[in-house]
Write a protein that binds this ligand. Structure first.
Ligand code: ZN
Length: 365
């Protein structure tokens, strides 16, 4: 983003692009474009926002890829309900005679959308996992019969427990689109595995550990030219899976663990100790079966703030005590002691990205 002006090939200046994009977020009129180049903003988790530019041709390619990989072609008319932080011309472009899109603005509380969503009888529901979960809870409590053939999770990492919950309520496949400013990276195949789109992306793997389980993808996109992406390293931590029986030869992603920004780093006896998000996740889940939702945030050098939800609120203090003990025990196995674990009451803001494990303290890698 620092070198946006010299990197883009369509002569746009970052300042004019940002001004226009912010203006359209404010007015909720999501059709900003300059010289036929559509402008999208991504909410970078590390605070800086990414701009993504798409020409008409790139939009057409994106629509083709999404239809083919995610929505699946059908001659049947289908309705797609789209819950988004902000709309983009890109999504509008996917409208065809056979597909209709209804855009639900996340600025409006979800409860207010439910009635329209119910009446819409959409075939496909698209949204970020935290929003999909909120919709599912509403369907559950209001006893609404779901009409969806497919749920598509976007924008955030889809956690396994959320996926299971969504499947239990909506009773249909829960697919994932792994997409970011840098492009449409991966999709769920019909066998339920997440495949990298290696037919138009070159994806090199920069391994992060000696066992070669975790890697950062380094991507080159052969189809984007207005904003070229060449050997760009993402700081997402991916786990490679085995081959898939669906027939696609592309790399299978077993898991998106999170971002490297969100790895917890501690200093003990002048030595840096790295704790990957998965260790924290697993410890919390295994500590108690009563936990229905949680977040863990490193807020300073020695403090982890925890938000916990349990089925019976009265059990919260006891559950928290166990979780606290288990996290401290796990950390001490890594040689990290004296970490304070503090309980917080925090409501999820639907406009921000939901991140279970977050490092707000140190961003350096
Ligand atoms: Zn597959």
């Amino acid at each position: 983003m620092e070198n946006f002006d010299s990197i883009n090939t369509v002569g746009l200046k970052k300042e004019e692009v940002l001004n226009l994009a912010f203006e359209s977020e404010k007015t909720r009129d999501f059709s900003p474009s300059i010289n036929n180049i559509s402008i999208g903003l991504s909410s970078g988790t590390s605070g800086n926002r990414g701009i993504f530019l798409t020409s008409k041709k790139e939009q057409a390619i994106w629509v083709g890829a999404i239809l083919d990989r995610v929505i699946g072609f059908s001659f049947r008319r289908r309705k797609i309900a789209f819950f988004l932080r902000a709309n983009n011309n890109l999504y509008e472009a996917a409208k065809t005679g056979l597909l209709s899109f209804t855009f639900f603005d996340l600025k409006t509380p979800i409860e207010q959308h439910i009635k329209i969503l119910k009446e819409l009888k959409a075939d496909i529901l698209v949204g970020q996992p935290s929003v999909l979960v909120a919709i599912a809870k509403n369907y559950q409590s209001e006893k609404i019969k779901p009409t969806f053939d497919k749920i598509i999770s976007v924008a955030e990492v889809l956690e396994d427990d959320h996926k299971e919950f969504l499947r239990s309520i909506f009773n249909c496949p829960i697919n994932q689109v792994y997409q970011c400013t840098e492009g449409f990276l991966a999709y769920t195949c019909k066998h339920g595995q997440l495949h990298l789109n290696e037919d138009w992306l070159e994806i090199e793997k920069k391994y992060l550990d000696s066992e070669k389980t975790r890697f950062h993808p380094v991507i080159t996109d052969y189809l984007r030219s207005s904003q070229p992406i060449v050997r760009y390293e993402l700081n997402d931590i991916l786990h490679e899976g085995t081959t898939c029986s669906c027939g696609a030869r592309s790399t299978v992603i077993r898991k998106i663990e999170g971002r490297s920004d969100d790895v917890f780093r501690f200093f003990q006896n002048e030595k840096e100790v790295i704790i990957y998000p998965d260790f924290i996740r697993r410890t919390i889940i295994l500590a108690s079966g009563k936990i229905t939702n949680y977040t863990a945030t490193l807020t300073d050098e020695r403090t982890i703030c925890m938000y916990l939800e349990v089925e019976e609120t009265s059990e919260l203090p006891a559950v928290f005590k166990v979780v606290k003990f288990e996290i401290q025990r796990m950390l001490s196995e890594f040689g990290v002691d004296d970490i304070d674990i503090v309980k917080i009451d925090k409501k999820q803001d639907p406009m921000t990205k939901f991140t279970r494990i977050k490092n707000e303290y140190s961003k350096s890698i």
